[in-house]
Design a protein around this ligand. Structure first.
Ligand code: NAP
Length: 293
C-alpha cells in the first residue's frame, strides 16, 4: 500500500538545471511506495550555504543532495559527517534527522557497488586513476577501503596528482604523476584496472579522450570510464577495439543514487526503474543540446 505521507527533498548546486537526480529520485520514491515524496532542483549560488542549510531545517526537508560547487564547502555547515565523506572531503547527500544534518558521500558506495556488479576484485589490484578531482577522491578512497595493492594517479597537473596521493598515503600505497611521466607509463603496464575520472569525452565533446596509450595495458585489464553520457566514450570505444573489457559510469550513477534513496527513505529502490528514467532523460537532454548547436 503506497504511503500517503508527504516529505520533501532537493538537490542544491549551481547550475542544477541539467541534473538527473530529480527524475531519478522521484522514480525511486514512487516505485518504493512513496508517491507523495517531492524532490526539486534548487539553484544555490556560492555564499548562501549557511542560509540554505538553516532554510531546509526550518522547512523540515528530510534531505538533500549536493552537487558542484558546494560538495566541499557544505561540510562546515553540517552537524556531523560520515567517516567516508570526511576522508574524501566531499558530501553529496545530507539527511535531516529532526534538525540534525548529517553528510554522506554516496559516490564511493556507487563506485564500489559498480565494481562488484562487474565482478572486479579490487583486493591487491594495481589501479590507475586518471584525474585528481572530486570523483577521483571517492574512487581512490573506495580502492583503499577494498585494500587495493597499489594506486597510481595520473593527471595533467603532476603537482595536483602528487598532493592528491599524499592525502591518501596513510590509507594505502599510492603515488601521483603528471600523466606524461615515464614512471606513470611504466605503472600502466602492470595495471589491473584503469579508471578515467576526468570529463574528457563527455557529451557533447565526444571526440576527446585522456591522452593515455591504452596499448601499454596488460591483456585483460578492465578499462573503466565513470562518464555515463555517452554510454560509450571514445576512451571505452578505443579500449574495446583493443580487446579490453570495459565499464561505463551508468552503474556508479545509479548505485550512488540508490544509496542516497536508502539514506533518505530507509528503502532500497529498484535500480532498473531508475535506469529507465535516467536513460530517457539523457536522450531528451542530448536532443536539446543538439538543437542548440
Ligand atoms: P572535478 O572535481 O572538476 O575533477 C576533474 C578532474 O579532471 C581534475 O583532475 C581536472 O584537472 C581534470 N580535467 C578536467 N578537464 C580536463 C582536461 N581538459 N584535460 C585533462 N584533465 C582535465 O570533477 P569531478 O566531480 O571529479 O567529475 C569528473 C567526471 O566524473 C565528470 O565527467 C563527472 O560527470 C563524472 N562523475 C561521474 C559520476 C558517476 O556516478 N558516474 C560521479 C561523479 C562524477 P584540473 O584539476 O587540472 O582541472
Amino acid at each position: 500500500m503506497p504511503s500517503k505521507e508527504i516529505k520533501n527533498f532537493a538537490i542544491i548546486g549551481d547550475p542544477v538545471a541539467h541534473t538527473l537526480s530529480p527524475k531519478m529520485q522521484k522514480a525511486a520514491f514512487t516505485a518504493g511506495g512513496f508517491p507523495n515524496y517531492n524532490y526539486i532542483p534548487v539553484p544555490i549560488p556560492v555564499g548562501r550555504l549557511m542560509l540554505t542549510v538553516d532554510g531546509f531545517k526550518g522547512l523540515e526537508f528530510r534531505g538533500f543532495n549536493v552537487t558542484i560547487p558546494h560538495k566541499t564547502n557544505i561540510i562546515k555547515y553540517l552537524d556531523s559527517v560520515d567517516p567516508d565523506a570526511k576522508i574524501i572531503g566531499a558530501v553529496n547527500t545530507v539527511v535531516n534527522d529532526g534538525g540534525m544534518m548529517t553528510g554522506y558521500n554516496t559516490d564511493v558506495t556507487g563506485f564500489l557497488a559498480a565494481l562488484s556488479e562487474a565482478d572486479f576484485m579490487a583486493e591487491e589490484c594495481n589501479a590507475v586513476i586518471l584525474g585528481a578531482g572530486g570523483a577521483a577522491r571517492a574512487v581512490a578512497w573506495g580502492l583503499c577501503k577494498r585494500k587495493a595493492g597499489f594506486i597510481t594517479v595520473g593527471a595533467r597537473n603532476g603537482e595536483k596528482a602528487k598532493k592528491f596521493a599524499a592525502d591518501f598515503e596513510k590509507f594505502g600505497s599510492i603515488a601521483g604523476y603528471d600523466w606524461t611521466e615515464e614512471e606513470f607509463k611504466e605503472n600502466l603496464q602492470s595495471a589491473d584496472i584503469l579508471i578515467n575520472t576526468t570529463p574528457l569525452g563527455m557529451y557533447p565533446e565526444v571526440d576527446a579522450m585522456p591522452p593515455v596509450d591504452l596499448k601499454l595495458l596488460p591483456e585483460g585489464a578492465l578499462v573503466y570510464d565513470i562518464i555515463y553520457n555517452p554510454a560509450k566514450t571514445k576512451f571505452l570505444q578505443t579500449a574495446e577495439e583493443l580487446g579490453f573489457p570495459t565499464l561505463n559510469g551508468m552503474s556508479m550513477l545509479l548505485l550512488q543514487g540508490r544509496e542516497a534513496c536508502r539514506l533518505f527513505t530507509g528503502h532500497i529502490p529498484d535500480v532498473d526503474i531508475m535506469r529507465r528514467v535516467v536513460k530517457q532523460e539523457l536522450n531528451s537532454q542530448n536532443r536539446e543540446i543538439d538543437k542548440e548547436k
